[in-house]
Design a protein around this ligand. Structure first.
Ligand code: SAM
Ligand code: SF4
Length: 329
């Protein structure tokens, strides 16, 4: 098991497949992009599958989410999913993506064994999309979403970040649209994980603001606590249900006490938290010939050191050196 000193057990593994991206979301990275990892620095497909196998067979991981950067940019993605689907016990597998290219790959991913997708889409307005992501790809994302639904990668979830000066008014419109399309919408509070360190607590759109805005058009009733489990999103039944909307309030209502996550960066570092300032090098261990048991032990040790919480709202909070795109969101 991946246990920490607070008694939490990590069963949900987030694997970043690349730090590269074809968008430049303002809350994530600068217009010019970042200094990308080089090929030798990245884990190979074989190394990724080996680490997922160790996580699943020796460490009790049951859920694997592939992310990035943009995971659809990883050429071996479908093969990685197919090989992970053969593991016993088979993990549940999902993908967090900006949706560009999903139109072409959704059914192959489904056939390979992917169970679900989360597609990030912050706005229904192509022009706002272009300002927010600095790319003219809004229609590609909509087509990617429709392809995911058609391929049965359900429930299709949509992640939205609201940013002042861009889309802060859009919460009710996004929810109307998601209800109509049958997507499950979740708002994510903007977190201090952008490469430019431009996040400011003042001015950020909080879960409270989002709920207030949604309530101008919808009736929201909180979902029962037991249904939430360790999910980071607090969910509300919309107009009596059954459809729901979620809010991930990592800043104003952190849910660290129930966290069940462990993270692997594209260059093979274990992180215990998005906001961790320390990492443990599994790639080095793999490449110096460590056995599965030795790698598992390193991973367990790393998780044992997991901190109680991130404390973004705490004055002593320090933003981690790695940005979200490089950690894997
Ligand atoms: N490129 C993929 C995507 O956008 O879905 C996967 C990686 S991205 C880092 C994962 C999620 O993190 C996206 O839903 C994105 O909106 C969110 N995200 C990125 N930067 C963020 C920030 N500073 N605060 C909150 N969410 C952020
Ligand atoms: Fe790319 Fe995702 Fe970051 Fe946007 S949030 S720049 S899509 S990694």
């Amino acid at each position: 098991m991946l246990l920490d000193t607070y008694g939490r057990v990590a069963t949900d593994l987030r694997v970043s497949l690349t730090d590269r991206c074809n968008l430049r979301c303002t809350y994530c990275m600068p217009e010019e992009g970042l200094q990308w990892l080089t090929k030798p620095e990245l884990l190979t497909d074989d190394e990724i599958v080996r680490l997922v196998r160790i996580a699943v067979t020796e460490l009790g991981v049951t859920e694997v989410r592939f992310t990035g950067g943009e995971p659809l940019l990883r050429p071996g993605l479908t093969g990685i999913v197919a090989r992970c689907a053969e593991l016993a016990p088979r993990p549940r597998m999902s993908l967090t993506t900006n949706g560009i290219g999903l139109e072409r790959t959704a059914s192959a991913l489904r056939d390979a064994g992917l169970d679900r997708v989360n597609v990030s889409l912050d706005t229904l307005d192509p022009e706002v999309f272009q300002r927010l992501t600095r790319r003219k790809r809004h229609a590609d994302v909509l087509r990617g979403l429709a392809a995911a639904r058609a391929a049965g990668l359900e429930p299709v979830k949509v992640n939205a970040v609201l940013m002042p000066g861009f889309n802060e008014q859009e919460a009710p419109d996004l929810l109307s649209w998601a209800l109509e399309e049958g997507y499950e919408l979740r708002f994510i509070e903007q977190m201090p994980l952008d490469a430019q360190h431009g996040w400011r607590r003042e001015g950020m759109i909080t879960a409270g603001d989002i709920l207030e805005s949604l309530r101008t058009r919808f009736e929201l009733a909180p979902e029962e606590e037991r249904e939430r489990g360790s999910a980071p999103a607090e969910r509300w039944l919309v107009d009596g249900g059954p459809q729901r909307v979620g809010v991930i309030a990592s800043v104003t209502r952190p849910f660290c006490r129930a966290c069940d996550r462990t993270r692997l960066t594209a260059d093979g570092q274990v992180r215990t938290c998005l906001f961790a300032t320390e990492e443990s090098d599994l790639r080095g261990a793999l490449r110096s010939g460590a056995s599965d048991a030795e790698v598992a032990e390193l991973w367990r040790k790393a998780m044992w050191g997991k901190k109680a919480g991130a404390g973004i709202d705490d004055p002593s909070f320090v933003q981690p050196r790695r940005p979200m795109s490089s950690i894997g969101g």
